[in-house]
Design a protein around this ligand. Structure first.
Ligand code: ADP
Ligand SMILES: Cc1ncc(COP(=O)(O)OP(=O)(O)O)c(N)n1
Length: 268
């Protein structure tokens, strides 16, 4: 039996809510074979990030070599890349293997719990060298503020930031609204240089929202691997994420993970 493959280049979340754990569950839900190039290990739970250790850039590059040279790939996402060396290694491999048409960049910088997930020096490298290679970049409110240099409090400001980030060279931008004020929570702004779209689903009232950004970008990569167009991949993934949020798991003392396999959770 043949199966599309997708790759996540991201960090590990020991609590299983975000990072490669969320990505691989999302790939599996979509019936896509998931592969991973691990960038770092976080000691993390529903309350916060306690410790981070990086893998070497050479090891990140070697993992990408191993999977691409053998299994091939039809969808890729990047998540927590942590430092300049890992971002540079990732950029080199994307260029070497000409993986740009499959690349979704989730520019992970700050977790919902407020932990910094990227070194200060690395932000510029990510913005200048990785973002321009992507077919889609998916910043949350705070990441969009950093990438655009603009404060974001309104829908108009989300649109303005999307336009500025698009100028960096990504084919399309999705500014996510999970951290926006109540009336804009769950509202995302899409811009591809020509068309705007405001993607709106219901605002799910839950404290269990850990891993929403990882899950959304992994679902988009999975949908691309399945052969869907970019825009429809984003729309399908947003629906998936909203339902996963509705079936989020009430685990731990902080923000529990979204329910990636929600139909199975229903009866258990
Ligand atoms: N309470 C919510 N209700 C509905 N959708 C939400 C909610 N919180 C986040 N989302 C959606 O989850 C996705 C991830 O967004 P966000 O939480 O901003 O990203 P990140 O996890 O990277 O901080 C977006 O599609 C956003 O609109
Ligand atoms: C290892 C790791 N990668 C990414 C994140 C950020 O995850 P995200 O989906 O943006 O969700 P929140 O942290 O905002 O809940 C992470 N925490 N850990």
């Amino acid at each position: 039996m043949s199966c599309p493959t997708a790759l996540t280049i991201a960090g590990s979340d020991s609590g299983g809510g975000a990072g490669i754990q969320a990505d691989l569950r999302t790939f599996a839900f979509h019936r896509v074979h998931g592969m991973s190039a691990l960038t770092c290990v976080t000691a993390q739970n529903t309350v916060g990030v306690q410790q981070v250790d990086a893998l070497s850039p050479e090891m990140v590059a070697a993992q990408i070599d191993s999977v691409i040279s053998d299994l091939g790939v039809q969808g890729i996402k990047t998540g927590m890349l942590l430092n300049q060396g890992i971002i540079e290694a990732t950029v080199r491999q994307i260029e070497n293997y000409e993986l740009q048409p499959y690349l979704v960049v989730d520019p992970v910088m700050v977790s919902r719990s407020g932990a910094q997930l990227i070194d200060d020096l690395a932000v510029e490298v990510l913005s200048q060298h990785l973002v321009p290679l992507a077919i889609l970049v998916t910043p949350n409110r705070y990441e969009a503020q950093i990438l655009s240099g603009q404060e974001i409090n309104t829908l108009e400001e989300m649109k303005k930031a999307a336009a500025i980030i698009h100028e960096k060279g990504a084919k399309a931008v999705l500014v996510k609204g999970g951290a926006m004020p109540q009336e804009l929570r769950g509202v995302d702004v899409w811009f591809d240089g020509e068309d705007w779209e405001i993607l709106k689903t219901k605002n799910v009232e839950t404290k269990n929202n850990h891993g929403t950004g990882c899950t959304l970008s992994a679902a988009i990569a999975a949908n691309i691997a399945l052969g869907n167009h970019l825009k429809s991949s984003v729309e399908k993934s947003k629906q998936y994420l909203t339902t996963a949020l509705e079936y989020a798991l009430d685990l731990g003392k902080g923000s529990g993970p979204v329910g990636h396999f929600f139909p199975l959770n229903q009866d258990s």
